[in-house]
Structures are given as structure tokens and as C-alpha cells.
Design a protein around this ligand. Sequence first.
Ligand SMILES: Nc1ncnc2c1ncn2[C@@H]1O[C@H](COP(=O)(O)OP(=O)(O)OP(=O)(O)O)[C@@H](O)[C@H]1O
Ligand SMILES: [Mg+2]
Length: 438
Amino acid sequence: MNRTVEKNRTLLVDGPASVVTTSGKVEVFGLRMNNTQRIVIREGKRLPFAVEEKATFDISLAQKANVEEVEGNTIPPSWNEASEELSTLQNKPITAMVVGTVDSGKTSLCTFLVNKLLQQKKKVAVLDGDIGQSDIGPPCTVAYTFLAKPTTDLFNLQAKNAVFIGVTSPNGAADKTIAGLTSLKEEIMKENPDLIIVNSDGWIEGDEAVKYKIQLAQRINPDVIFFIQQREELAPAVNALGKFRKVLVVSPPLINQRSREKRKNLRELGYIKYLRNAKVQSYPLGWLKIEDSELFGLTKARANTKEASRIYSLLGMKPLHFTEQSDRISIIIGKRRWISTENLKRLEENTKKKVVVIRKGEEEGSLMALYNTERKFLGIGLLQEIEYLRRTIKILTPVSENIAIAAIGKIRLDKNMKEMSAFGEEGQPEFPAFNKLS
Ligand SMILES: Nc1ncnc2c1ncn2[C@@H]1O[C@H](COP(=O)(O)OP(=O)(O)OP(=O)(O)O)[C@@H](O)[C@H]1O
Ligand SMILES: [Mg+2]
């Protein structure tokens, strides 16, 4: 489909779609379109093509896509002011943090700022702290990259390094997220950047969220924070972060608000991107350092034989595998085995520990992160199976480099890469397996 748009108007395209600007002067998030480049817009995303001189477009729309035209430029003037504010800062590197609620335009503002800075030939890194709607790394990770050229979608970039958090919200994983971002910022600093643009997650309302943003800002120590205001939702955060230089910017009124389901779908595109060409690979358990695997009983802490027989007799059966930690015992049983509630209670009372029962097979689909010996992030994978007797682990992953460390997340995906309810997710029983049996 061809379309002509007059100057001082904006063409809003909702994906899935692709657009070539065939003539005229057009900008997307500060990036000047050339007449050959095909811009792909993912489902759930909207791109504003701001027309400065009468332009023609060649547009391909898939189902569910949409195009509309509006008067003026949908980039708020305050976004230009934000970019100018960065030019007034003299130190090197300059760290700027973007704070706003979900769907306020955080990613778009980062993209806009980066594009403007690249025009000034700056060396720019984006540090992505939004684990729920990550742009740079796979979902559930914080990640960074340096940009060689301007872009309309940060999602097209390759992460230089990432840290796996294993959940989709920092609520409950605040320390881990902050530690991940801090270590990645230190890594970026070694490359001598001019600027670091830090995106943050949309968890902003409520005391816990504000406390988290304060801790994050203290560790990242930005020279300026850009707050994207929609209503009054940011007031507590703006007050609490008063000691930092702040700039309030406007959330574009024509933003594309997405439902929880759409946000989940966008995340699933992220899993698909990072699991493309995955193959099942099998590793002896002894070869890998496996982190966050308490649930599946892969920690070293293993009771002695005497303690083991005491546990077996309290359970009234010999499980496939078990591990005992200071506060809990994880028991893995075969698919068709069963333990009576009475026996489980007896074990809990006797050991004064929480007993968690996992049925073999429940590990399948758990999201994993894979690292090399230097802890460089290699990619993600899905746990296929833990073979307790053969002491091997099977992982579905496209990663072909040598893996030294594997971390297991709390998110599980089904065969179609759709998120299933996670272990320990809010509103879910902490351990579904346990509840099934009790
Ligand atoms: N100025 C604008 N004009 C039109 N659409 C816009 C504009 N700014 C952003 N959008 C679109 O609105 C949607 C939401 O913006 P964006 O993804 O930047 O928000 P976000 O705060 O990063 O959201 P999330 O919380 O999901 O990460 C996107 O599809 C984006 O392309
Ligand atoms: Mg975003």
C-alpha cells in the first residue's frame, strides 16, 4: 500500500507491519529515514513517522496491524529538551536514568536520546534494567550494549553482556536486579563511554517500588534522571529521588497502551528470538555449576547415609533424589509415585524444616541462563530434564559455546514458548507440587 503524508503530520503504524519511506523528509524517534531502509514494526509496538517534508510511504500491513495519521509531531517538545539537557552536562561519562510507569514511553525516550547522541558522534551505551519488557537482552535479564548506529527499535540490537534475574518483575528480586545492573555498569565504564542511558522497569507505585528505585539510583548514581509523567503517579518517586538532578518529561499522549496479555506476548517474542535454532544438549551435572537450583535439589548439600535412611523411613518410601538445606528439604519423586500427606507432615515435624516435593518432569520448561567460565552471558535455554540417576541435565538451547555456569529461573515456558505460571510467582502457591500433594 502506498500513502502520501503532508508535512507537519505524523503517520502512526501499529505492527506487525513494515514501512519504507520512498520520498520526503521523515524522522522516527530522532532517526532520519532514508529511502531504501525497510523498518519492521513488531506486533504490540507503534512507530511514529514524523513528516517534516511531504513524504510517501510503501507500507505492508499484516493482520491486526493499523495505520493512522495525526496532526503535528507526537514526540513531546520536552523530549528535545531532555536531549539538550544532556548536551549541557560536561562530565564523562554521563549517566542518565529513565524512570516511568509501564507503557509511559521509557524505551522510546531511550531510543530517541540515543539517536540524538549518535548524531553528535558520542560513544553511547544503553543499560537496560527493565526485566519485564527488556529491549536489549532476553526477557528476565538486565543487559547492555553499545550502539554503532541509530535505530528505531532497541530490540534489534545484540546484547554485549547480560545478567539473568529469572523473573519478570523486580518485586521480590530487587537486590539481584540492582546487583546485576551495578556490575554491568562497571563493565561499561571500562570501555570509556561518553554516555550511559539506563532504562528502568515500570514498577513505580507503592512504597516498595519507590524504595527499590531509591536503592537502584544510589547504586547507578545517575547525573540526571528523566521522569516520564503521565498523571501524578510519579510524585512519590520524584520526591524520594530529590537529591538527584531531575528533568520531568511528558509521556506522549498517542502512546500505545498494552494489556497484560499483550505485554506477555511481547515477552514471548523475546524468548523466541533468543531460542531460535535451539537444540537439546546434554551435560553431566558435574560439569556445570548450577545456580538457583534448590527447588530441584541440585545443591551440593546432601545428607549422610544415616540421615538419608531416617528421612526415607519417615517418608515411607525412597525418593528419586533429595537435598537437605538449613530450612528446607527438597524431595524429587518419580512421575507415578506418591507420598501420603501424613508422612510429609511427620517429616516436617521431625526435621522442623519445610518439605518441598517435586514430581519428576515438573522441571521441564524452566527458563535458564548460560554463562562461560568468565561469567559472560552466552544465552538462554529451557531446562528439558534432570536425569537424577544418570546425573545429567538436558537443556534446549542455541548456545554452542562451552557452558560453565547455568542458572535456573522461576519462569516456565510451554512447548510453544508461552509463559506458564511460575514457581513462586505472586498469587500462585509457592510450590504447586507441594500443594498438589497436601
Ligand atoms: N511519541 C510517540 N508517538 C507514538 N507512539 C509512541 C510514541 N512514543 C512511544 N510510542 C509507542 O507507544 C508504545 C509504548 O512505548 P514504550 O515501549 O516506549 O513504553 P515503555 O514505557 O518502554 O513500555 P514498557 O513498560 O512496556 O517497557 C510503543 O509501541 C511505542 O512505540
Ligand atoms: Mg520499555
